[in-house]
Design a protein around this ligand. Structure first.
Ligand code: NAP
Length: 283
């Protein structure tokens, strides 16, 4: 069996087009959805990410604002900027690009963002809302993975989903979202004893570890859906995921590629969250 591909590039394009339509409808009412992106320091990867986020926003008809500060910025000043943006009616979403310089407390920074503008979904209030199934903002990467499952019409109810990785931004919220859709969820991590025994039972596997080949063909049940969140470099320096794509695609029913899978979906879901923040503010 060769797995069907879940094409994140194509799906994200559709989602971005939907955002553009909804954004145009809001603009007709005199409201332009606004996203503020804050970058502290000059981490090269972060610079690329924020550039994409700002460009994506413009393309979808959102107003976006990039604020760049030196790595030496005092945390108190950053908190002051966030509070000003919390009060700015033209800004509906605030994103502070991580990682922050070492002298800053990322939790304190994120929790200074108003939960109604927390479009990254990292605020403790957003995490709590997801946990108890209340409206909030879902973190963009697992939200994008859910959209990928939705796009193939996959019914999660009663299925066994295995998530590998338990970070606060990917693995844990992913598990909560799958649970909310009535999957039976197993959450694996570095202390999991027999990962293969877990993944072999899975109808859906989400790999979110950051290690190449954490999931190989012998670990996958035939026909399973495999979602690869990982972003790594192979020996040639090319972007690759956590999944041994060539091997696993011969066993799985569906698989996401890297690049062109979860990455573009993460970017698209930030636009969705920003738009939703603006729509909620306008309601
Ligand atoms: P993270 O915070 O480093 O978490 C990695 C998780 O993997 C941890 O929970 C860790 O377990 C677990 N783990 C490590 N070794 C393991 C093993 N041998 N077996 C099972 N679990 C193991 O990483 P993250 O932020 O969640 O990101 C994960 C990957 O996704 C990275 O490659 C990142 O670049 C990528 N990512 C991609 C996107 C995207 O848009 N495509 C977005 C975000 C992240 P412990 O908790 O026990 O340490």
């Amino acid at each position: 069996m060769t797995a069907s591909l879940i094409d994140g590039n194509a799906l994200s394009k559709t989602i971005r087009a939907e955002v553009a339509v909804r954004s145009a409808a809001l603009r007709q009412r005199g409201i332009t959805p606004g996203l503020a992106v804050i970058l502290v320091g000059d981490d090269p990867a972060s610079q690329v990410y924020v550039k994409h986020k700002v460009n994506d926003s413009h393309e979808a008809g959102l107003h976006s604002l990039l604020e760049r500060y030196p790595a030496t910025m005092a945390q108190a000043d950053l908190l002051g900027r966030i509070r000003a943006l919390n009060a700015d009616p033209l800004i509906h979403g605030i994103l502070v690009q991580l990682p922050l310089p070492r002298h800053m407390d990322a939790n304190e920074v994120i929790e200074t963002i108003s939960p109604v503008k927390d479009v990254d979904g990292f605020h403790v209030a957003s995490a709590g809302a997801l946990m108890i199934g209340r409206p909030g903002f879902w973190p963009c990467t697992p939200y994008g993975c859910m959209k990928m499952l939705e796009s193939i019409g996959y019914e999660l109810r009663g299925k066994h989903a295995v998530v590998i990785g338990r970070s606060n931004i990917v693995g844990k919220p992913m598990a909560m979202m799958l649970l909310q859709k009535n999957a039976t969820v197993t959450l694996c991590h570095s202390a999991t004893r027999d990962l293969k025994a877990m993944t072999l039972q899975a109808d859906v596997v989400v790999a979110a570890v950051g290690k190449r080949n954490i999931l190989t063909a012998d670990m996958v049940k035939p026909g399973a859906v495999v979602i690869d969140v990982g972003m790594n470099r192979n020996d040639e320096g090319k972007l690759c995921g956590d999944v041994d794509f060539a091997g696993v695609r011969e066993v799985a029913g569906w698989i996401t590629p890297v690049p062109g899978g979860v990455g573009p979906m993460t970017r698209a879901m930030l636009l969705v969250n920003t738009l939703e923040a603006a729509e909620r503010a306008a309601a």
